[in-house]
Write a new protein. Structure first.
Length: 318
């Protein structure tokens, strides 16, 4: 069904219970969108949505409402209204899909090019740099508190790689500017949640760069983190954030690939491209998805199988 802004807010106003969830392995935009929207609803409608996230990376714990996020998915009465943010399909919503199935009304707010429109009402804008940017445009600026602004700003910062990726537009900058007017400390969010790395994160970044391999005449760079390394360092998903971005800016590279072994012969794939290759298209072929310049998938096989399958697809596009 087509999304209607006025109906959306009327539905929120009429709902007794509201649930909000984002995608599995939540990133900055996912967390910022969920907490920003929850905060806006709390401040302007006097109701307290329950936010479900699979995990809450420690760097985001200062956000308003983060302390109330449920990282488990307990069974509950059906929600009157359930909103999925930054998530384009059933598989990516993970266990929160159970709430969606039972909810009386469902909404999806997302910006992934591969979004399937899987809920009752879908607002999908692939041209938006972040889901948090879309959420801002739904809100009345006068109703945005500092806590809400911090969450939305954080979402935009993370999905644009600090206003650097090609998805960053004039609108992105204008929304970010408007959010700054609500008292957001940009350096706290940019340095504190994006650039700051733990010693462990720096060590694994260094290792991935050192062990990276160039292929297809230096147009593809690839690095892998296997189970042994993950266990040795005790790495969580958040510990490898940013590595792919450093790989991508290698001179001459068009596509960067980072793979992390989840279980034996099952790999979490991250891909980034610069100007030519549509990585969402490639990841979709292997059951994943994402954006044209940033996408992911889960693939099985040996490290060599995964890299061969991916580079064969990249070669077709180069
Ligand atoms: P990342 O490499 O940071 O994990 O993901 C890059 C982008 O692709 C993110 O916007 C993320 O939401 C999306 N993405 C990553 N993995 C998958 C996947 O398995 N399926 C879909 N549909 N999108 C994914
Ligand atoms: Mn996003």
């Amino acid at each position: 069904m087509a999304f209607d802004k006025q109906t959306f807010w009327e539905d929120i106003s009429a709902a007794g219970t509201i649930g909000i969830a984002g995608h599995i392995r939540p990133d900055g935009d996912c967390v910022g969108s969920a907490l920003g929207l929850a905060c806006y609803i709390r401040d302007n409608f006097g109701k307290d949505p329950i936010v479900f996230l699979e995990d809450l990376p420690a760097a985001f714990a200062f956000l308003e409402g983060a302390d109330k996020v449920l990282t488990g998915f307990p069974s509950s009465e059906p929600f009157d209204l359930f909103i999925a943010v930054d998530c384009g399909d059933e598989g990516r919503l993970g266990k929160a899909m159970n709430y969606v199935k039972e909810a009386r009304k469902t909404y999806c707010i997302d910006h992934h090019a591969t979004s399937t429109g899987f809920l009752e009402n879908n607002l999908v804008k692939p041209e938006a740099a972040a889901t948090a940017q879309i959420i801002y445009t739904l809100c009345d600026d006068k109703g945005i508190s500092k806590g809400c602004a911090e969450a939305l700003y954080l979402g935009i910062v993370h999905d644009t790689g600090v206003f650097k990726h090609s998805c960053t537009t004039r609108e992105t900058m204008e929304v970010a500017g408007a959010l700054l007017d609500h008292g957001v400390s940009s350096s706290r969010i940019i340095d504190g949640t994006f650039f700051e790395k733990t010693y462990l994160q720096n060590q694994i970044l260094g290792r991935c760069l050192m062990e990276s391999i160039l292929c297809l005449d230096g147009r593809v760079i690839f690095s892998a983190i296997d189970r042994k390394t993950i266990n040795f360092y005790g790495l969580g998903p958040a510990d490898t954030e940013g590595i792919i971005d450093q790989l991508r800016v290698t001179k001459g590279v068009e596509v960067a690939i980072l793979i992390r072994e989840l279980t034996p012969r099952s790999w979490r794939v991250s891909m980034r491209s610069c100007e030519i290759v549509d990585v969402a298209k490639i990841c979709t072929l292997f059951g994943g998805g994402g954006h044209v310049r940033a996408a992911g998938a889960t693939m099985s096989g040996s490290r060599r199988d995964v890299i061969n399958n991916l580079t064969a697809e990249i070669e077709k596009q180069l």
